[in-house]
Each structure stands twice: as structure tokens, then as C-alpha cells.
Ligand binder design. Structure first.
Ligand SMILES: NC(=O)c1ccc[n+]([C@@H]2O[C@H](COP(=O)([O-])OP(=O)(O)OC[C@H]3O[C@@H](n4cnc5c(N)ncnc54)[C@H](O)[C@@H]3O)[C@@H](O)[C@H]2O)c1
Ligand SMILES: [Zn+2]
Ligand SMILES: [Zn+2]
Length: 367
């Protein structure tokens, strides 16, 4: 059935606004979800500033949790009533990357970044014009029709929807960067640059992995003050101290996670590495920015730089594991959700993200 929904829409040259849109029923391979909660990720903000080049008009949001309300024809794996998280990475489950245990590198990844995989959209504005959707999702809306490969069926087992929503991007990305991409060993020395939803999840991942020291770095004093409850052993305020000097004077780190989205910080993170150390680039810098490092030191010191998409997620295994860690009291999710918003307060949630007022802001929907 055709539905109407309130949604956060970014239009070129206009302030972010909440509009009433239409959401068409699912076609083959698609499902419609009633969104219960959707986190506000820096990547959504980056789509409004041009840092991430997705063409407007576009429905934002990719960190969603909700319930399946409609299943397209010949679509397997989902039934009405299922609880699902959205995935900003389409994971087909069939290509070489997916079948070799690397679904976050799915061959279909870059095919449809702002439409559904067939190149069309199910979302239209009040005058019938098509609206793109962030990474094939567009979860800042009461209803979303997306491809089933962009949804992960979950058994929440008591995890509140707002806390579950942030697992679908920030927590999977941050924890996964540490445990899946870098495979941090117990006893390692770790630095995390940027303490938003992603960075604080990396801090938690490092804690879970048994890192001996976890240096949390930010320019925002409030975030630094909260980092210890997530496992940080030390904090550095980058607006007051020379981070590279401070970390080098401690002997450097084995792993440095860049969770801000800055080429300059990637270069700084590299300078913080001890021999054999690795920078893991998680933040999304503006597409054309370039980072600087000395290749000779890579060879002589066996240092490295690598990237991490979606925490190298294997969602069928990793998402239930993260939810189980929460239930066991070993992963903090509720503490990360520092404010919830109604859909009509969506633009305020973006302002607050930009101003660094939340660890994670989450839009919560009625019903
Ligand atoms: N690779 C992926 O799969 C993936 C997934 C999700 C998000 N991201 C990216 O990760 C980054 C972080 O996302 P988020 O939602 O956690 O963002 P956020 O805005 O919540 O957090 C970013 C943090 O960085 C801090 N910061 C800014 N400048 C700094 C500096 N010079 N030194 C130290 N800290 C600084 C801010 O104060 C803030 O606390 C973004 O670039 C986002 O696009 C990547
Ligand atoms: Zn995100
Ligand atoms: Zn695939």
C-alpha cells in the first residue's frame, strides 16, 4: 500500500526540513519498514555539506531500527512483524566479497548509493517529484521501502529501539573497526581520534579487546569527560595539547583509529604510531582530500595505514553478538543515546550534532 510519512529531507541551498512524503509499496526483493528510531550520524550531516557527494533532494538517515510492515513479491528472508536494523551497505550475500566473509566490500556497494538497486526510488515529495535516499536507505522517515539486502533481521531481546538503532551504524562501525578490521590484541596501546558515536564505539571495542591503554582524543571537553565510562584510560584535549607530541612522549601506540573524517588527522595519527603500528581510517574525509605520510617510515618501522568500512561487518554474526554484549552489561548503548528527538525536531538534531551536544542523538517515532 502507498503510505505517507514525515521525513527529514535535504534540498540544495535550503535549510534542512521535515516534509510529508509518499512511500510506495515494495517491489520484488524489497520490504517496507515502519521506523521506530533512527540515529543521527555525522555521515548524514556530511551529505548536507557536500563532504559526502550524494545528490539532493534526498531523504537522510541510515541508522534505523524498526518493524517490517510489507514484503515485496518473491522476497525471501523477511516477514511482516520482523524487527530489523537498516544497513547503509547493501550486502548481496552472493558476490565474491560477500561469500568470502567480507560483505562490507560487497561488489554492489557503489552501484546505487542514493537510489534502490534498480536505480529508481519509492519516495516522492508532495508534488510527486522523486526523492533520493541516503545509501539506498533514507531511514529518517516514518516508513522506508528498501532493498532486503539493506536490512538485517534481529531479535532484540529487550534492547530498546533507540539503543538498537545506533548499533546499525555507529556501534557496528566503531567496535568492528577494532575487533574485525584491526583485530586488536590484548595488551595493545590504542588511540582513538574523535569521540562521537563511532569513536566512542571504537573506545568500547578496544576495551572489549583487552587493550592495555586507550587514549581518547577530542577537541570537545564534554566528550572527553565522558570517555572514561566507555573504557578510555587517558584523554587528550586536542585543542589544548599537541596530540602527536603527547602520544609520542608515551612511546606511541600500536593502533590509531581516525574517527573524525580529516585527512590532516590521518597524517597526525600516523605520526603517533609505534614500530609495527597501524592507522585505521574510519572517518570519511572530503572525497578529494589527501593525507601526508613518509613511506620510508612504513618500510623501516613496519607501520601501516588501512581503512575500515562499516567495521568490516559480518552482520548476521556481529549484530547479534553486539546485542548480546549489551544484554550482558559489557557494551554501553543507552549511555550513548544522550538525547532523543521527534521527527519534527530532526533539523534540531542536526544542529546539535554539529555543535557536539550529544554522544548520539536519536530520532524516535510514535507508535
Ligand atoms: N567508515 C564507515 O563505515 C563510517 C560509518 C559511520 C560514520 N563514519 C564517519 O565517521 C566519522 C565520525 O562519525 P560520528 O557520527 O561519530 O561523528 P560525530 O560528529 O558524532 O563525532 C566526531 C567527533 O570528532 C571530534 N573532533 C572534531 N575535530 C577534531 C579534532 N581535530 N581532533 C579530535 N577530535 C575532533 C568532534 O568533537 C566529535 O566529538 C564521520 O566522518 C563519519 O562520516 C564512517
Ligand atoms: Zn553512519
Ligand atoms: Zn555482495
Amino acid at each position: 500500500m502507498m503510505r505517507t510519512a514525515r521525513a527529514v529531507v535535504h534540498r540544495k541551498g535550503r535549510p534542512l526540513a521535515v516534509e510529508t512524503i509518499t512511500v510506495a509499496p515494495p517491489r520484488r526483493g524489497e520490504i517496507t519498514i515502519r521506523i521506530a528510531a533512527c540515529g543521527v550520524c555525522h555521515s548524514d550531516l556530511s551529505a548536507t555539506t557536500g563532504t559526502i557527494g550524494l545528490p539532493p533532494p534526498i531523504v537522510l538517515g541510515h541508522e534505523g531500527a524498526g518493524t517490517v510492515v510489507d514484503v515485496g513479491p518473491e522476497t525471501s528472508g523477511f516477514a511482516v512483524g520482523d524487527t530489523v536494523l537498516t544497513s547503509f551497505v547493501r550486502m548481496c550475500g552472493k558476490c565474491a566479497a560477500c561469500t568470502s566473509g567480507h560483505p562490507a566490500r560487497c561488489e554492489h556497494l557503489s552501484e546505487a548509493l542514493y537510489t534502490l538497486p534498480d536505480g529508481s526510488v519509492r519516495t516522492h515529495d508532495a508534488s510527486g517529484e522523486p526523492l533520493n535516499v541516503f545509501c539506498g536507505v533514507g531511514a529518517m522517515a516514518e516508513y522506508v521501502t528498501l532493498h532486503a539486502d539493506n536490512a538485517i533481521k534481529v531479535d532484540l531481546g529487550g534492547v530498546p529501539m533507540p539503543s538498537a538503532a545506533i548499533v546499525s551504524c555507529a556501534v557496528m562501525t566503531g567496535v568492528g573497526a577494532v575487533t574485525n578490521t584491526a583485530r586488536v590484541d590484548p595488551g595493545s596501546r590504542v588511540a582513538v581520534f574523535g569521540l562521537g558515536g563511532v569513536g566512542l564505539s571504537a573506545v568500547q571495542g578496544a576495551h572489549l579487546a583487552g587493550a592495555a591503554s586507550i587514549i581518547a582524543i577530542d577537541t570537545n571537553a564534554d566528550k572527553l569527560a565522558q570517555a572514561r565510562q566507555f573504557g578510555a584510560t587517558e584523554t587528550i584535549n586536542a585543542s589544548e595539547e599537541d596530540v602527536v607530541k603527547a602520544i609520542r612522549s608515551r612511546g606511541g601506540v600500536d593502533y590509531a583509529f581516525e574517527c573524525v573524517g580529516s585527512a590532516a588527522l590521518t597524517g597526525a595519527a600516523y605520526k603517533c604510531l609505534a614500530r609495527g603500528g597501524t592507522v585505521v581510517v574510519v572517518g570519511l574525509a572530503p572525497t578529494r582530500d589527501e593525507a601526508c605520510f613518509r613511506p620510508a617510515s612504513m618500510a623501516l618501522d613496519e607501520r601501516g595505514i588501512r581503512g575500515s568500512n562499516y567495521g568490516s561487518a559480518r552482520p548476521q554474526k556481529d549484530i547479534p553478538a553486539l546485542l548480546a554484549l549489551y544484554r550482558g552489561g559489557r557494551l554501553k548503548l543507552d549511555e550513548m543515546v544522550t538525547r532523543t528527538y521527534t521527527i519534527d525536531q530532526g533539523p534540531q538534531a542536526f544542529e546539535d550534532l554539529q555543535a557536539g551536544r550529544n554522544l548520539r542523538g536519536v530520532i524516535v517515532f510514535d507508535g
